[in-house]
Each structure stands twice: as C-alpha cells, then as structure tokens.
Design a protein around this ligand. Structure first.
Ligand SMILES: Nc1nc2c(ncn2[C@@H]2O[C@H](COP(=O)(O)OP(=O)(O)OP(=O)(O)O)[C@@H](O)[C@H]2O)c(=O)[nH]1
Length: 311
C-alpha cells in the first residue's frame, strides 16, 4: 500500500470533508459524531461490547458553514475482533469516504485510563495506513464533563496518566487535541466545542494544502467503482432487453464485489502481521518484567544502568 501522501488528489472547498472516528469501543466515538452532526444520528450507549457494528456515515453543513461527512466506525482496531471483519469494514469505510480522508479523530476517554487497546488502535492504524496518517489525526478526549466535575484540566489528566505512545502521537500530530463533553445540554458550549474541533480539522486542511489522505487501496476502490458505474451507464445506453441488461449488471456487480474482497484480503494480511508483531512485543515486555521481578525477589544484582541498556 502506498503510504499516503504521494498520490493524493486535491479537493475543492465545496467538497464535504470526510471525518473518520476511530478508537476503542465505548470511548464515545458515536457520541462525538452526534455532537458534530448536532443531533443523534449514531447509536451511542453504555454497553460492554460494541454498539456500532458497521461503518456508518452522516453528512451535515454546520452552523459555521463546514460541509462535513462523519464516518463512525466500530472498534475497528480492537484486535479481539477478527481481522477479516475489520478489513471488510475498512474497505467499506474507504468506499464511503468520497474524495479521501480529511481528518481522523482518535477518540479517547478522559473518564477511564488509557489502555493497551488504545495503543493497539494506533499501531494498527499506522501499520495499515503508514505513519503519514498521523498528519490527519486529532486526538479527542471525551468526558469533558467528568474532568469538570473533578475540577481537573486535560493537562492534569495527562500529567497523571499519559503513556509514552500518546505523547508520541500528540507530537506527531502537531499536538492537535481537544476535550469534548458530549453530555452537555448547553447550546453555547455545544457550538463552541464543535467549532474548536473543526478548527483543528481546518488546521489539517491548511497544513496539507487541502489534500485529503488517500492510499493505494482507496484508489483501487475508486477505480473499481468508476468501472462499475461506467459499465452500468453503457448498458443503459444500449438497447438490451431489460432482462439481459439486468443479468449483465449483476455480472459486473459480482466482479466488483470480488475485487473488493481481494483488497480486503490484502488488508487482512496486513492486520494479521501487525497483530503478530504487537503480540511479540507484548510477550517480550512481559518476559522482561517477569525476569526483573524474579531478580528483585531473589536479590540477583542487576547490571548497572547505563545510557546503553536504558535504550
Ligand atoms: N459522561 C460522559 N459520557 C460520555 C461522553 N461521551 C460518550 N459518553 C458515554 O460513553 C458511552 C459510550 O459512548 P459511544 O458513543 O456509544 O461509544 P463508541 O465509542 O461509539 O462505542 P461503540 O459504538 O460501541 O464502538 C455512552 O454511554 C455515552 O453516553 C462524554 O463526553 N461524557
């Protein structure tokens, strides 16, 4: 897969901006999508397992004139879901993102601790789309109300509980972060939050000169869809019998689906490789921790700490 930038196409300011919500199940992706749209269009509920099972999209023109298309995703990068399912949904998500991806909202929750799953989300996002996807990331912390109740700021929360990978993401995504309270009924606060979030999306557009994120999979999907559209148009322009045209359309649809299936199989392989690499890294870390604990228990002198063995 091409790592993003090189094949990007520009997008006109009239085109809707595709904003994709990613993150662990229950972090508040759908609730954030609803805040952006300004009404409840995505199902958002407290639930042990995922509420959103398929990528869904809704478009709106916001009060300050942003034409946006919000794509809500299931816990896509949660590796407990099968790689086959995730890759199919990614292909669907890219099919929905007409013109490419203009922003990725990495949704975290300030109501809970940042977990290993969040790191998985991020690593998988990078493995699939390349590190360039971080140029399009805004980190969104839901649960602004809970922080307020505890009289805490985001900086307090992050100061207490910010794993290195989150610091790394923020650095690589130009520190675009925002807190959102999806529970508020205060209309002024709602508008201000959306405005703040979309101004970060604007920052991305400016820094990328209006170019959306696209990659090889995206372009292949577009090519296939275009081929299908042209073929159907051609059939309509010819004088085939209704039955014959329907049969031919059906054949090209089958071929289109088959080609998309191949693309999702390629993504599936990438996902599996990424999951394997993550598992290896995790088990290495666990083993090192166990060795360290054992050494401390039986008082084996540890090697002196030098800059080399820290690294
Ligand atoms: N207090 C508080 N709760 C929130 C906020 N945002 C979301 N929630 C709650 O968090 C729970 C999960 O929210 P969802 O929007 O369904 O989360 P999701 O990430 O879309 O979850 P899936 O659809 O399962 O992937 C719901 O009970 C929301 O009401 C927030 O800003 N503050």
């Amino acid at each position: 897969m091409n790592k993003g930038g090189a094949q990007q196409k520009g997008h006109s300011s009239k085109q809707a901006e595709n904003i994709v919500l990613v993150g662990r199940t229950g972090n508040g992706k759908s609730a954030t999508g609803n805040s952006l749209i300004g009404k409840k269009v995505f199902a958002s509920k407290a639930h042990a397992s995922g509420v959103t099972m398929k990528c869904q999209t809704h478009g709106v023109v916001t009060k300050d004139g942003h034409k946006i298309n919000v794509i809500d995703t299931p816990g896509l990068f949660d590796l407990s879901v099968s790689a086959e399912y995730i890759s199919k949904e990614i292909v669907r998500c890219l099919t929905l993102a007409e013109g490419g991806i203009h922003a990725v909202l990495l949704v975290l929750s300030a109501r809970t601790r940042i977990t290993q799953e969040e790191e998985n989300t991020l690593r998988t996002l990078q493995a699939l789309f390349g590190s360039q996807i971080l140029d399009y990331v805004v980190v969104v912390f839901t649960g602004g109300d809970v922080l307020e109740e505890c009289k805490e700021t985001l900086e307090d929360y992050l100061g207490r509980d910010c794993p290195t990978f989150i610091k790394e993401v923020m650095r690589m995504s130009s520190n675009r972060k925002v807190v959102i309270d999806n529970k508020t009924h205060d209309e002024g606060k709602k508008a201000e939050q959306v405005h703040k979030l979309l101004s970060l999306v604007d920052d991305i557009r400016r820094s990328k000169c209006g170019e959306a994120y696209t990659d090889d999979t995206y372009h292949m999907i577009k090519e296939e869809s275009e081929k299908l559209r042209k073929h159907h148009e051609e059939l309509e322009s010819k004088n085939y019998s209704e039955e014959c045209a329907a049969e031919m359309k059906n054949q090209s649809l089958i071929l289109y689906k088959e080609n998309l299936k191949q693309m999702s199989e390629q993504l599936e392989k990438k996902l599996k490789d990424a999951a394997e690499a993550q598992e290896k890294a995790l088990s290495k870390m666990t083993q090192e921790n166990n060795e360290l604990n054992l050494a401390l228990k039986i008082h084996i002198p540890l090697p002196p700490i030098t800059p080399c063995n820290i690294l």
